[in-house]
Design a protein around this ligand. Structure first.
Ligand code: ADP
Ligand code: MG
Length: 325
C-alpha cells in the first residue's frame, strides 16, 4: 500500500483532484493560489487554508491572537496573490472538550483585527469537537475588482522574476524560536505576516506583469511553481538578493547563510511576479513610489530548460512540502 509521503503534497493533490471536472463558471480551478470563478457578470477569487496545532503553530510559542491573525493573513494572502481584495471569510474550528475559552477568544480577537485591516468580514463557519488539538479552517472569498486578476501561468521566456518586500525573515524567526536564539524582530515578523492586498491589486492592473503568486513555501520552490505553471524554466541569481538588516545580523551571529532563508524559508507572504523585461525598471520605480516597498529582481525566466536553477545550477527539493521534510 502506497503512503502519501511517496507522492508528496503536490503529487497527492494532483492524484486526489484528477476526477473533478470544471465548468463554464470556473475561470481558473485547482492549481493556483485561489480559484477564479464567474458569478453573474462578476469574477471572484476563492481559497481555503487549514491551520493545525503542532503542524502550523505550537501553543505557547505564539501569542494566541497572533495564531488567529496569521491564519487569517495567510488565507487572505492567497486572494492578494490573484490581485483580489478579500471580502468574506468563513471560519471553522475543531476544538478539544477541555480547550481554554480565553485562548480561543484571543485567537478570534487576532482574526478580527486582521480581517478589519482589509475591510473584510467573517460571515459564518462551523464548530466541532476535536480529538487532538485545535484546527482552524479559513475560507476566503475575494473580489476581483474590474475583473482583473493574475494567474501563476503566464511567465514568458526572458521575463524577470521579481518579489515584493524582503524574504527569509519569517524563516529566520522560526529558526530563532526553535533554537532559542535572540531575534525579536524576526520572530515578530514570523508571527505577524502581512497580506499584500493593495500591492497585488495594483500589480494585477499593470499589463507588463504576466504572472503572480504569493511566496508561502520559500522563493526556490515557489519560483518553481510559477515557472512550472507557465511551462518555462527559471534561473535565480543570488547575487541580486537584498537581505533585510535583521536577517543579515542574525546570520552573521550564528554563522548561517541568509540566502538559504530566502530560498527555503517559508511564510514570507510576499508576492512573486513575472514581468516583461522592457518594463521591469519602470515597474520597480512606480511600485516603490506607490507603496514605499521594494520590488526586487531576483531572476530570469527561460525556455532553455524546465525547473529551477540557482546561479545556473539545477536544484530540486527546495522549500516546504507537508509530507517531505
Ligand atoms: P497555497 O500554498 O497557495 O495555499 P496549495 O499548495 O495549498 O496553495 O494548493 C494548491 C492548489 O491545490 C490550490 O488550487 C488548492 O485549492 C488545491 N488543493 C489543495 N488541496 C486540495 C484538496 N484536498 N482538494 C482539492 N483541491 C486542493
Ligand atoms: Mg499561495
Amino acid at each position: 500500500m502506497a503512503g502519501v509521503d511517496e507522492l508528496g503534497e503536490f503529487g497527492l493533490i494532483a492524484r486526489l483532484t484528477r476526477r473533478f471536472k470544471k465548468n463554464a463558471h470556473v475561470v481558473a480551478g485547482i492549481g493556483d493560489d485561489a480559484a477564479v470563478v464567474r458569478v453573474g457578470d462578476r469574477l471572484m477569487a476563492v481559497t481555503a487554508d487549514l491551520f493545525i496545532e503542532d503542524v502550523h503553530f505550537r501553543r505557547g510559542d505564539a501569542p494566541p491572537d497572533a495564531i488567529g491573525g496569521k491564519a487569517a493573513m495567510a488565507a487572505m494572502s492567497d486572494i492578494a496573490a490573484m490581485g483580489g481584495a478579500p471580502r468574506f471569510l468563513v471560519l471553522s474550528i475543531a476544538v478539544a472538550e477541555d480547550e481554554d475559552v480565553e485562548f480561543l477568544d484571543e485567537i478570534y480577537r487576532g482574526i478580527a483585527e486582521a480581517v478589519e485591516s482589509y475591510e473584510a468580514v467573517v460571515i459564518g463557519g462551523d464548530t466541532t469537537r476535536s480529538t487532538s488539538g485545535l484546527t482552524i479552517d479559513v475560507m476566503v472569498i475575494g473580489e476581483l475588482v474590474g475583473a482583473r486578476y493574475l494567474l501563476r501561468r503566464g511567465a514568458r521566456p526572458g521575463d524577470w522574476l521579481l518579489h515584493t518586500g524582503r524574504l527569509g525573515v519569517s524563516g529566520a524567526g522560526l529558526n530563532a524560536l526553535l533554537h532559542g536564539r535572540a531575534g525579536a524582530s524576526l520572530i515578530h515578523r514570523h508571527f505577524h505576516p502581512v497580506a499584500r492586498v493593495a500591492e497585488g491589486m495594483w500589480l494585477a492592473s499593470q499589463p507588463p506583469v504576466h504572472a503572480m503568486m504569493d511566496i508561502s513555501d520559500g522563493l526556490g520552490q515557489d519560483a518553481g511553481h510559477l515557472a512550472g505553471s507557465s511551462g518555462v524554466g527559471v534561473n535565480i541569481e543570488t547575487e541580486r538578493f537584498l537581505h533585510a538588516t535583521n536577517l543579515k545580523h542574525f546570520c552573521e551571529q550564528h554563522a548561517l547563510d541568509p540566502n538559504m532563508f530566502v530560498l527555503m524559508g517559508g511564510e514570507d507572504y510576499e508576492l512573486l511576479i513575472a514581468v516583461d523585461p522592457e518594463y521591469g525598471d519602470g515597474l520597480i520605480n512606480a511600485f516603490f513610489q506607490g507603496f514605499r516597498l521594494e520590488l526586487t529582481r531576483v531572476g530570469t525566466f527561460t525556455d532553455a530548460w524546465q525547473g529551477v536553477r540557482v546561479d545556473g545550477a539545477p536544484v530540486t527539493g527546495l522549500g516546504f512540502d507537508h509530507f517531505r521534510e
